[in-house]
Design a protein around this ligand. Sequence first.
Ligand code: GLN
Length: 244
Amino acid sequence: MTMQITIGWLYGAKMNIYGDRGNVVALQQRARWRGVDAQVQEIGIGEPVPAGIDIFFWGGGQDQEQVAVAKDIAGAKGEAIREAVERGAALLSICGGYQLLGHGYQPHDGEMLGGIGVFDAISTAGPTRFIGNVTIESPRFNTLVGFENHSGLTTLQGDCQPLGKVVHGHGNNGRDGTEGAIYKNAIGCYLHGALLPKNPHLTDWLLQSGLRHRYTEVDDLTPLDDALEFLAHENALSRSRTQT
Ligand code: GLN
């Protein structure tokens, strides 16, 4: 039997800066390399969340795109995503998407943009734009590398767990040493890059989580030759070490 998996790409046309679509490509391709029939469904403004999404992806976007998207995600749409995460769907969100998966984001200008509360976190635009290579150490994924470009400062609340600790770069807010957030199989972070092509171990965790959301019995994914991916990983790691 050919296994199937559906990737729901939230606001792919509106929120896709800094190469974040590369995460969708990595997820789909690494699934296909294992013989999994991986389909991508874009979920745009005004479109409902289809049933049966196994992995959600939501990329970054400028403040003005976030205004339009925040209006769209409020109510039933956001509730559908939150319920899917509670049922075990996997999710990866980057920067602007991450901010709106918390309780909200206060941009430099205008009103607070409501979030959907997957993560117990709140974000507000800060005085400085953090731009540069980032390395973090994660208890679940060891080293992860990416590129940040945000003025938003995210504060985790309650017992919301960070994705990892910042080794190089700024992370959530440049203050408390945390980067990102993780809840069940949902991850939010500021790691553009695109993140997944240079962190194949994270890609495979998301794929495994998505397959286990759809099937009860899922073997571990067959290993791939990740020499090139880890060459890119090491290159990003060394760049974050030497950046001033
Ligand atoms: N507008 C948000 C910020 O600057 C998110 C930007 C992004 O998605 N890179 O923090």
